[in-house]
Design a binder for this molecule. Structure first.
Ligand SMILES: Cc1cc2nc3c(=O)[nH]c(=O)nc-3n(C[C@H](O)[C@H](O)[C@H](O)COP(=O)(O)O)c2cc1C
Length: 651
C-alpha cells in the first residue's frame, strides 16, 4: 500500500463497501475452533466449481458464539441473511442453492435481529418460523410451518414463498414468531388464526399488523464491536472503507491534543478494564508531566475466567484498537506504544501484528504521520499468561523484562511508568471506543448509557445460559434483558439462580436483583462490579460455596506472592472454605473468613488481593443459607431451601 494522505483516507470512507454478492465467515478463535476454516474452504471451492462471482471474506466474531461457525450472505439488494452452525456440506449447499437459486438453507438460517418494519422494497421471498417458547408446550414450530404452508397453498403462493424453520430468532418467550424475508417484518405471539391474517393482509396486502409486530428485537448497540464480523481484520483497506482512521485524520489535522482530551471528557468514557477510571482524566494526567519520552500501552492481558471480549475485538477489528492507541499517544504526547497481549491469544497477536505492519506501510505509523508533527510507532509484547500481569504496574515490570509483580502506587504510571516515563495504559475496549468517539464525537457517544456510566459495554455471557455469546449494550439496560431477551435465558432445565459479574474481582448477583440497570455504580451497590465484562450465569443446581471456592482458588493460584495479605490470606481463606465445603466447618470459620476478607481488602498491594474476597463476601451476603446448611448438618434442610439428596447435590 502507498503512503496515505488525509484525503486518501477520506476517499476510502466515502467509497463504502465493495458492491456485489458477498459472503462473510466468522473466523475468530471461537469460529475456527467450531470449524470455520473448513467452511471457508468449502465455500471457496464451491464458488470456483460453480464459476460464481461471489466475494468470500473472513471476518471476526459476529458475537453469536453459540451458533458458530456463522456465515452471512449479502446479495446485491436486500438485507444480509445469517446462517449458523454451518459445516462444509451446508457451505456447498449455500453456494448451490441459496446464492444461485435463492433457496435458503433449511435449519441453518437465523432470523434477523434488527427491526424491519417495512414491507416495501419488493416481493417477500420466504417466511421463517420458530416457536421461541419451545419447552413449555413442546416445540410447535413444525406444526405452524405446516399451517403456513397450507395457507400459502390456499392463495397459490406455495411455489413462490418458502417456509423455513429458523435456527434462532433472537427472540425468546414470545411464543411462535414469524419473520418475513427480505422485509424482516417480525410477528410474535402468533396463534393459528393469526396465520391467515398475516398471509392475507401482510404478505399479500402489504400492510403491517401492528398488534402482532415485534419491535426492536435486539436492544444491542454496536460501537466497540462496530466492525467485528463486518470487515476483514487482515485488511487495512477494509477498515478504511468502514470509516477507519477518520478519527485519527480529524484529530491530527483539526484538533489539538487538549481538544482530543476534551472530546473524551464530553463522551464520558470510563476505562473498560475494570476500575472505570475516566479516560480523559488518565490522558490529561499523563499529558501534564514534562518528560523527554512518554509511552502508551494497550492492556490486552484479558485473563478473567469466562471473558473473551478483548480477544474478540482484537481478532475482529485490530485497526480500531491501534487507532485508539495512536489517539491516546497524540493526546498525551507519546512517541511509542505497546500492545501487551497474552501469548495464549495467538490469533489476536497475529492480527494485531499485521495491522501494525500495514499501518506502518501506509505511513500511519512512523515519522510525521499524515504530514503532521506527530511521530509514533507501536509494537507487540507477549505476556506469558499470568493474571497479575494485567495489573498496570506488574504489566510495566513485565514489558521491562522484570518479574511481573505489582508495585505500590503512587507514583502512578501517568507520572512514573514504563522505564520511569509517564505512561498511559488503557484496555482494548476503551481504545476501540476512543477511536469511535474521535470519529463521531463525544456528544454522540454520551447519548448512550446513564448519567454516570456513559456509552456501551461489551459482555461475554457464558455458563448456564441458552446462548453463550458476546453482547454490546447501552449502559443502563437491565441485567434481565441481557440474560433473557438477548441470550435466551436459562440454558438448562433448572431455573437461573444468579449471575456472576466482574470475574474473580466481582461477585454474584442473585435472581431478585436481575432487574438492576447495568452500570458501574449499580453493580457495586450490589456487592459486585462490572469488571471487564464477564457474565457467568448459574442455575439452581450450582452451589454458591463451590462458586466462591472456584474464584478464590483462581486468585490463590494467580497471586504473585509479593504481599502477605494476598499470599497468606487467600490461602488461609481457601482452607476454611474447603473445610466448610467438606462439612467440617463451624460458624467461627465464617467469622474468620470475614476477618481475612477485611485484611486482604485493606492491606493487599494490588487489586488482585484487594478484590479476591468479593466472590466470597457476595455469596455470604446472598446465599448465607448454603454455608449454614453445610455447617449445621442437623438443621432441617428444607428451611435452608436446599436439596441435599444425592441427585440434588452437584454442590
Ligand atoms: C490483577 C489485575 C488484573 C488486571 N487485568 C487486566 C486486564 O487483563 N486487562 C485490562 O485492561 N485491565 C486489567 N486490569 C486493570 C488494569 O490494571 C488497568 O486498570 C486497566 O488496564 C486500565 O485501563 P482502562 O482505564 O482503559 O480500564 C487488571 C487489574 C488487576 C488488579
Amino acid at each position: 500500500m502507498k503512503v496515505l494522505k488525509a484525503s486518501d483516507i477520506r476517499e476510502y470512507a466515502q467509497s463504502g463497501t465493495e458492491k456485489g454478492p458477498w459472503i462473510r465467515v466468522g473466523m475468530d478463535t471461537g469460529g475456527i475452533a467450531a470449524g470455520a476454516k473448513a467452511v471457508y474452504e468449502a465455500l471457496v471451492e464451491a464458488r470456483e466449481e460453480a464459476g460464481a462471482s461471489i466475494r468470500i471474506e473472513k471476518v471476526g466474531s459476529l458475537g453469536l458464539a453459540y451458533a458458530d461457525p456463522v456465515v452471512v450472505f449479502q446479495c446485491e439488494s436486500g438485507p444480509p441473511v445469517v446462517f449458523g452452525s454451518m459445516n462444509p456440506d451446508s457451505a456447498r449447499e449455500l453456494i448451490a442453492n441459496h446464492c444461485r437459486k435463492g433457496v435458503l438453507l433449511e435449519d441453518r438460517v437465523m432470523a434477523s435481529r434488527d427491526r424491519g418494519e417495512s414491507l416495501e422494497g419488493g416481493e417477500q421471498l420466504a417466511i421463517l418460523v420458530k416457536d421461541t417458547s419451545a419447552g413449555k408446550h413442546g416445540d410447535r414450530t413444525e406444526f405452524f410451518q405446516q399451517m403456513i404452508q397450507d395457507e400459502l397453498d390456499f392463495y397459490g403462493l406455495k411455489s413462490t414463498i418458502r417456509v423455513y424453520r429458523a435456527l434462532d430468532m433472537g427472540l425468546y418467550n414470545k411464543g411462535v414468531c414469524l419473520q418475513l424475508l427480505p422485509s424482516r417484518v417480525t410477528y410474535g405471539g402468533v396463534s393459528g388464526p393469526d396465520i391467515r391474517h398475516i398471509i392475507k393482509e401482510s404478505l399479500r396486502g402489504g400492510t403491517i399488523l401492528e398488534d402482532l409486530l415485534v419491535r426492536g428485537s435486539d436492544p444491542q448497540e454496536r460501537i466497540v464491536l462496530r466492525n467485528c464480523g463486518q470487515i476483514d481484520p487482515d485488511s487495512i483497506e477494509s477498515y478504511l472503507r468502514a470509516d477507519g482512521y477518520s478519527g485519527l485524520v480529524r484529530s491530527l489535522t483539526e484538533m489539538t491534543p487538549e481538544e482530543v482530551i476534551e472530546e473524551l471528557k464530553v463522551s464520558g468514557l470510563r476505562g473498560r478494564g475494570g476500575a472505570g477510571f475516566p479516560t480523559w482524566i488518565k490522558w490529561s494526567k499523563t499529558r501534564e508531566p514534562q518528560a523527554d519520552r512518554k509511552f502508551v500501552i494497550c492492556n490486552a492481558d484479558e485473563g478473567d475466567p469466562g471473558a473473551f471480549m478483548d480477544r474478540s475485538v482484537l481478532e475482529g477489528d485490530p485497526h480500531a484498537v491501534l487507532e485508539g492507541l495512536m489517539l491516546s499517544a497524540y493526546a498525551i504526547g507519546a512517541d511509542k506504544g505497546f500492545f501487551y497481549i497474552r501469548a495464549e491469544y495467538p490469533l489476536a497477536v497475529e492480527r494485531v501484528q499485521r495491522a501494525i505492519d500495514q499501518a506502518r506501510e501506509a505511513g500511519l505509523l512512523g515519522e510525521n504521520i499524515l504530514g503532521t508533527d506527530f511521530s509514533f510507532d507501536a509494537e507487540v509484547r507477549l505476556g506469558a499468561g499470568a493474571f497479575v500481569c494485567g495489573e498496570e504496574t506488574a504489566l510495566i515490570a513485565s514489558i521491562e523484562g522484570r518479574r511481573g509483580s505489582p508495585e505500590p502506587r503512587p507514583p502512578y504510571p501517568s507520572v512514573k511508568g514504563l522505564w520511569g516515563k509517564p505512561t498511559s495504559i488503557n484496555n482494548v475496549e476503551t481504545l476501540a471506543a476512543a477511536s469511535a468517539i474521535l470519529e463521531k464525537g463525544g456528544a454522540w457517544y454520551s447519548g448512550f448509557g446513564t448519567e454516570k456510566s456513559r456509552g456501551t459495554k461489551v459482555f461475554a455471557v457464558t455458563g448456564k445460559v441458552r446462548n453463550s455469546q458476546l453482547v454490546e449494550v447501552p449502559m443502563g439496560i437491565p441485567i434481565r434483558t441481557i440474560i433473557e431477551d438477548i441470550c435466551g435465558g436459562a440454558g438448562t432445565e433448572s431455573p437461573i439462580k444468579a449471575v456472576q459479574t466482574g470475574g474473580p474481582s466481582g461477585g454474584v448477583i442473585p435472581l431478585q436483583h436481575m432487574d438492576t440497570a447495568v452500570s458501574y455504580e449499580s453493580l457495586q451497590s450490589l456487592g459486585s462490579i462490572m469488571g471487564s465484562g464477564g457474565m457467568l450465569v448459574m442455575d439452581e443446581k450450582d452451589c454458591m460455596v463451590d462458586v466462591a471456592k472456584f474464584y478464590l482458588n483462581f486468585c490463590v493460584d494467580e497471586s504473585c506472592g509479593k504481599c502477605a495479605p494476598c499470599r497468606v490470606g487467600g490461602f488461609q481463606m481457601l482452607q476454611l472454605l474447603e473445610k466448610i465445603h467438606s462439612g467440617e466447618g463451624s460458624m467461627d470459620d465464617i467469622e474468620a473468613i470475614r476477618q481475612i476478607c477485611r485484611c486482604m481488602q485493606t492491606a493487599s498491594l494490588c487489586g488482585l488481593g484487594q478484590t479476591a474476597p468479593n466472590p466470597v463476601l457476595s455469596t455470604l451476603k446472598y446465599f448465607n443459607n448454603e454455608y449454614i446448611a453445610l455447617i449445621e448438618k442437623d438443621k432441617p434442610l428444607a428451611k435452608a431451601g436446599l436439596d441435599l439428596s444425592e441427585e440434588g447435590a452437584s454442590w
